[in-house]
Design a protein around this ligand. Structure first.
Ligand SMILES: CC(C)(COP(=O)(O)OP(=O)(O)OC[C@H]1O[C@@H](n2cnc3c(N)ncnc32)[C@H](O)[C@@H]1OP(=O)(O)O)[C@@H](O)C(=O)NCCC(=O)NCCS
Length: 156
């Protein structure tokens, strides 16, 4: 189990391309995403190149004992950002997500953002619990591909 006090955050860089693909292609992460098919590596490379050069997309890696334990992407629009969080499978349910989201809120303050947004499928109980726990409030429920999705917000 990673020691939460030793989780360090830095920006994702070119060298993390494959590690990000491996985390994002985890079947459980795909099933909780809006596009559920597994991602071919070639497609991922194109997406990744676009994202790391996009100034409105901030990708962070969270590292403990030289291992990436989780990722966060902030898709920024004006003073708001949509949060996308993923914890590596073997580190889930141990408080890593809580620590990563806590650090993300600090990063958002540093970026002078006003609001963090999340869009979470209602079937994704661990994620809803996590965002509620850190103070996000449920704003509305929408339907995406006939699935109920909760939109949450936090004023940072
Ligand atoms: C959502 C996710 C980031 C949570 O990370 P995590 O490291 O497991 O989170 P934590 O261990 O800090 O747990 C957070 C809360 O969820 C609860 N939880 C964790 N796993 C759970 C599970 N399988 N079922 C129900 N609740 C669960 C925990 O009990 C905790 O609440 P508590 O502190 O009140 O007990 C992780 O499950 C994940 O990567 N999921 C796939 C990607 C995803 O769904 N992202 C969200 C969309 S943006």
């Amino acid at each position: 189990m990673p020691d939460h006090k030793k989780i360090e955050v830095s920006m994702v860089d070119e060298a993390d391309c494959k590690a990000v693909w491996l985390i994002n292609n985890d079947p459980e992460i795909r099933s909780m995403s809006f596009s559920q098919e597994s991602i071919p590596y070639e497609d991922h490379i194109k997406w990744f190149q676009k994202k790391i050069t996009d100034k409105n997309s901030k990708m962070y890696k969270f590292v403990s004992s030289n291992k990436i334990v989780g990722l966060v992407r902030l898709d920024v629009e004006k003073k708001q950002a949509l949060v996308n969080i993923a914890v590596r499978h073997e580190f889930r349910g141990k408080g890593v997500g809580t620590e990563i989201l806590r650090l993300t809120i600090i990063l958002a303050k540093g970026l002078k953002l006003k609001t963090l947004l999340a869009e979470i499928k209602q079937t994704n109980k661990p994620s809803l619990k996590l965002f509620n726990k850190l103070g996000f409030f449920e704003k509305e429920t929408i339907l995406v591909n006939k699935e109920k999705v909760t939109k949450l917000e936090l004023n940072v």
